[in-house]
Ligand binder design. Structure first.
Ligand SMILES: Nc1ncnc2c1ncn2[C@@H]1O[C@H](COP(=O)(O)OP(=O)(O)OP(=O)(O)O)[C@@H](O)[C@H]1O
Ligand SMILES: [Mg+2]
Length: 409
C-alpha cells in the first residue's frame, strides 16, 4: 500500500500552527510527498490550482465555517482531487457538513499515519474506478444475485442475529438460493449461531481468490440443514490481518454469480471492508439498537456512507430492540438519525437463548412477534410482499428526553 501512497502528493490546508505540526508529522510518518501547506481562503484555492496535488488534507475545527467554505471551493475548483477532512470534532452533524462541502473521508485527530494511508488508498482507488466507469472501461456486471450487507456502528446491536435470521428466512420463506457470509474480521460467530462446525472459513478463500473459477468457491461453503449455504468466519479473527478489502469484494462477487442472495455479516465499525463492500451491495441494512449511544454512532455511520458516495436509496435502517423497554420512540430515533427507520424488530428475551442454542428464531418460535418481523423483512427484501405490520410512528415529537440527550433541545 505504501508504495502507491508514497508517490501521492498531498496538500495540507490548516490555519492552526499546532495542528499543522501534528498533521505534518503524520504525513511524514506515512512517507507521503508534501505538495505544500496553505491556510484557508482564496490563496489556498490558487495554490491548489497551481500545484495540482493528488490529495488535499484539510483540518476543520470550531468555528468551522471558513474551513468548510474553503473545502467547498477546493472541491469545486479541483473536482478530481479527493479532499479528506481531519478534525477533533466527532459530532455526526459536523461529519455531514464536511460531506456536503465535498469531503470524501473524515478522519479524527490525533491523526495516525496508518489511518491516513488507508484513507488515501481507498479514496484514490474509488477515484480511479469512477474515472474508468466514466470512460466506459468498467461496467457493472450483469446477472448477479442481490448482495445484502448487514452492518452497524457498534458491537452487540444484533447485526449477526439479523443477518442469520434474514438469510434463513430468505431461504425458507422466500424460497431463494442464499449464501450467508461471515465477514466479521474480529469475531466470526455466524456458524455458532447456526450450530454449525465448518471445515473451511472465509480466510481460506482469500489466498485463492484470484485463481478461483465460478464454481471453485463452493468447496469452502458449509450447508445448513435448511439449504442455506454458509461461508463461515474464523471465531477469533485469525487470518484476517492484512487482507485487502478488494479481495473480500472479489469473494462476494464470485458468490453473487452463484446465488440469488448473498447476505454479508460484518464487524461493528464502518471500516475499509465495509466501505468496499458497500460499493457492491445492492442493499445496505444498517442495524441500530434503540439506545442513545447506538443512535449517535449510527448517525455518524450513515453520514459516513453518504460521504463515501453510497446512494441513500440503497441504505435502510433496521431498529433492533436489544434492550427490553428502552422507551425511545421511533420518531425520535428517526429525527436523531436524519433517516427513516425501514424496519423495527421488537425485543424478545428468547433471542438470547436462541443464540446460545444455535437455533435462530425464524426456525422455531412460530408465535414470536420478533420471528414474524424477521420473516416479513425477508419477504420485503425479496420484493415479494408488502409489510403486514404498521410502519413505525413517523411524526417527530419535539422536546422528548431523547432529543434533549441527542440534540440538547
Ligand atoms: N431483538 C432482540 N431481542 C432481544 N435480544 C436481542 C435482539 N437482538 C439481539 N439480541 C441480543 O443481542 C446479542 C448480540 O447480538 P449480535 O451478536 O447479533 O450482535 P452484533 O451486532 O452482531 O455484535 P458483534 O459486533 O459483537 O458481532 C444477542 O446475543 C442477543 O442476546
Ligand atoms: Mg456479530
Amino acid at each position: 500500500m505504501s508504495s502507491v501512497a508514497t508517490k501521492v502528493r498531498i496538500l495540507l490546508a490548516d490555519e492552526d500552527p499546532d495542528s499543522r505540526v501534528e498533521l505534518r508529522r503524520a504525513i511524514q510518518r506515512a512517507q507521503l510527498t508534501s505538495a505544500g501547506e496553505v491556510g484557508f481562503g482564496m490563496s489556498a484555492i490558487s495554490y491548489a490550482l497551481e500545484t495540482r496535488p493528488d490529495i488535499i488534507l484539510l483540518s476543520v475545527e470550531e468555528p468551522a465555517a471558513r474551513a468548510l467554505q474553503t473545502a467547498e471551493r477546493l472541491t469545486q475548483a479541483l473536482p478530481d482531487t479527493p479532499l479528506i477532512v481531519v478534525s477533533s470534532l466527532t459530532d455526526p452533524g459536523m461529519i455531514r457538513r464536511a460531506m456536503l462541502a465535498g469531503a470524501r473521508d473524515y478522519l479524527f485527530k490525533p491523526l495516525q499515519a496508518a489511518q491516513l494511508l488507508e484513507s488515501i488508498t481507498t479514496v484514490l482507488e474509488q477515484q480511479e474506478r469512477r474515472r474508468l466507469i466514466q470512460a466506459g472501461q468498467v461496467q457493472r456486471p450483469a446477472g448477479r444475485g442481490t448482495v445484502v450487507l448487514v452492518t452497524g456502528a457498534k458491537g452487540g446491536i444484533g447485526k449477526t442475529v439479523v443477518a442469520v435470521n434474514l438469510a434463513l428466512a430468505l431461504r425458507l420463506q422466500a424460497n431463494q438460493s442464499v449464501v450467508l457470509v461471515d465477514a466479521d474480521s474480529t469475531f466470526g460467530d455466524v456458524a455458532t449461531m447456526l450450530d454449525m462446525r465448518p471445515e473451511a472459513t472465509i480466510v481460506d478463500v482469500f489466498p485463492a481468490a484470484d485463481r478461483l473459477d465460478r464454481e471453485g468457491i463452493r468447496r469452502y461453503l458449509t450447508a445448513h440443514p435448511s439449504g442455506l449455504q454458509v461461508l463461515a468466519g474464523p471465531p477469533d479473527g485469525a487470518g484476517w490481518e492484512g487482507v485487502s478489502p478488494e479481495v473480500v469484494k472479489k469473494v462476494i462477487d464470485h458468490l453473487a454469480q452463484l446465488f440469488d442472495f448473498v447476505v454479508v455479516d460484518t464487524a461493528g465499525s464502518f471500516d475499509r471492508t465495509v466501505r468496499s463492500l458497500a460499493e457492491v451491495a445492492t442493499l445496505i441494512l444498517v442495524v441500530t439498537s434503540g439506545e442513545v449511544s447506538s443512535i449517535r454512532d449510527t448517525a455518524g455511520g450513515l453520514a459516513r456512507l453518504q460521504m463515501w458516495g453510497v446512494d441513500p436509496a440503497r441504505v435502510k435502517v433496521i431498529l433492533n430492540r436489544t434492550v427490553s423497554g428502552d422507551g425511545v420512540k421511533p420518531a425520535d430515533i428517526q429525527k436523531g438519525l436524519g433517516h427513516d427507520i425501514f424496519w423495527e424488530i421488537p425485543y424478545d428475551r428468547s433471542v438470547g437463548q436462541s443464540v446460545q442454542l444455535g437455533e435462530p428464531l425464524v426456525l422455531n418460535s412460530a408465535g414470536s412477534a420478533t420471528a414474524r418481523r424477521m420473516r416479513e423483512l425477508a419477504l420485503r427484501v425479496a420484493g415479494l410482499r408488502r409489510p403486514t405490520a404498521p410502519p413505525p410512528e413517523s411524526k417527530p415529537k419535539s422536546g422528548s428526553i431523547f432529543s434533549k440527550l441527542l440534540f440538547g433541545r
